[in-house]
Ligand binder design. Structure first.
Ligand code: CO8
Length: 259
């Protein structure tokens, strides 16, 4: 296993559990943390034994945002030339499902990172917010885009424009940002349970379904529907579709071989 300084990676059966681990900085997303995260995600995405990924932080903080101390002195032209934080988008190209298990603060880039995942589970003390405006900047990794779709325009506007209107776990669930809320101490186990359930299904089908749903954010409805239908057609070229439908008819559990 690779030794990382800012994250921990473990496998639980068919699930990879990645834990952000910069406790002293409330998991502020430094550039080296993100490079390690990307490296770990790349490895588990390519590991056939892993079917889904859980990303979590500590009970106090999922992540309190981009590392303010690291970026405070950077200037426009350097940001532009280095495409500063461009590598943050890597997680959105991971093909396996990623569940964010959010305890504590998910602020700024932390909220944006959670929204780059496919499913968000929250611990009861989770706090979601976009405080960038208070730092004299604006969200830079999807907060002005994904948040609008996740919680609707009025809530997203209020969060981003005031920087201090945060959502707690239950508010986030009601708004649709989060799918389930758990007690903090069971959150990660519950996320792993769901990830494991997903990982036990046909991996190519899971990935096609994820790919098709993600098109809904990118495409017109007509194009998205066409993309979906073509992928749906293609599932009939697989073993797992044959087996899944046969198992239904024979009233038994399907045995997927991911082909
Ligand atoms: N960056 C760097 N260090 C941080 C950060 C951060 N985002 N958040 C907390 N820390 C550090 C603190 O400086 C402190 O360090 P030290 O002990 O050395 O003083 C330590 O973590 C503990 O924090 P606090 O003492 O502040 O803990 P509190 O419990 O008092 O407060 C809060 C917790 C409310 C979470 C508070 O830490 C806070 O407000 N943090 C900043 C939150 C924030 O503004 N986040 C947004 C950052 S900007 C951003 O994310 C932009 C993303 C743009 C992406 C662009 C991609 C292209």
């Amino acid at each position: 296993a690779t030794n990382y300084e800012n994250i921990l990676v473990e496998t639980r059966d068919n699930v990879a559990l990645v834990t952000l681990n910069r406790p002293k900085a409330l998991n502020a997303l430094s550039s080296s943390l993100f490079h390690e995260l990307n490296d770990a995600l790349k490895k588990v995405d390519g590991d056939a034994a892993i079917g889904a990924i859980v990303l979590t932080g500590s009970e106090r903080a999922f992540a309190a945002g981009a590392d303010i101390k690291e970026m405070r002195e950077s200037n426009y032209i350097d940001n532009y030339k280095s495409n500063f934080l461009g590598h943050w988008t890597f997680i959105t190209s991971v093909r396996k499902p990623v569940i964010a298990a959010v305890n504590g603060f998910a602020l700024g880039g932390g909220c944006e990172l959670a929204m780059m995942c496919d499913i968000i589970y929250a611990g009861e003390k989770a706090v979601f917010g976009q405080p960038e405006i208070k730092l004299g900047t604006i969200p830079g990794a999807g907060g002005t885009q994904r948040l609008v779709k996740a919680v609707g325009k009025s809530k997203a506007m209020e969060m981003v424009l005031t920087g201090s209107f945060n959502l707690n776990a239950h508010e986030a669930e009601r708004a649709g940002l989060v799918s389930k809320v758990f007690a903090p101490e069971v959150l990660v186990d519950e996320a792993v349970k769901t990830a494991s359930k997903i990982a036990s299904l046909s991996q190519p089908m899971v990935q096609m379904a994820k790919e098709a749903m993600n098109q809904s954010f990118e495409q017109s409805l007509a194009n998205g529907l066409l993309f979906e239908r073509r992928l749906f057609h293609s599932t009939f070229g697989t073993h797992d579709q044959r087996e899944g439908m046969l198992a239904f008819v024979e009233k038994r559990k399907a045995k997927f071989n991911h082909n």
